[in-house]
Write a protein that binds this ligand. Sequence first.
Ligand code: AMP
Length: 214
Amino acid sequence: MKIIMLGAPGAGKGTQAKLIAKKYAIPHISTGDIFRENIKNGTDLGKLAKGYMDRGELVPDEVVVKLVVDRIKADDCADGFILDGFPRTIPQAESLTEALAREKMVLDYAIDVEVPDEVIIKRISGRRACTQCAAIYHVDFQPPKREGICDTDGSELVLRNDDKPETVLKRLNVYHAQTQPLIDYYKKEEILFAVDGTRSTDDVFSEIEEHLGD
Ligand code: AMP
């Protein structure tokens, strides 16, 4: 099963992508997580991506396209994958379609998690990320057992640079200008499935499961 997740930053697409990956036993490929891992490890890719990310801008298409196209050729993607945070622009979507066509593959589903901007802003400002394992918490909706400390590895939880209020507004503008057009792109491809992402994680996942089947 080959799936992409669409939706604004903070819509909950990462959470849903992880649940889908687990249920259908396919790799979860998050470009944001790949960039953050590279930043943590001080790689050239991390150094390149950091400035764009901290400003709430997109990393250039050619960088991210190469990364994803190489990744989906790996053996563990032969039976499918779920892409989370890619594509984010029409050129990225076109490159993905072409790369899959070269391997005689097509996407099965594009899942759009819909959440209004004002809900997104509320969600992201309360979000806290583990500095070590990247686990995500929320001060109100999903607090850690001990304030400011990751349940999994005891590391410090922080507000990510790109989750700061002024950067969130920028990311939402970038989303509306560059990523939202993908909804029409995948509607035309007849693989779009939209879910109301303002509900609980479990409710959203149930609807997705129903659509994807067993
Ligand atoms: P995310 O965690 O998916 O919200 O991604 C965090 C940041 O990584 C984004 O704000 C971008 O700067 C960068 N990024 C992730 N995926 C992409 C992509 N497909 N194209 C360009 N930049 C990306």
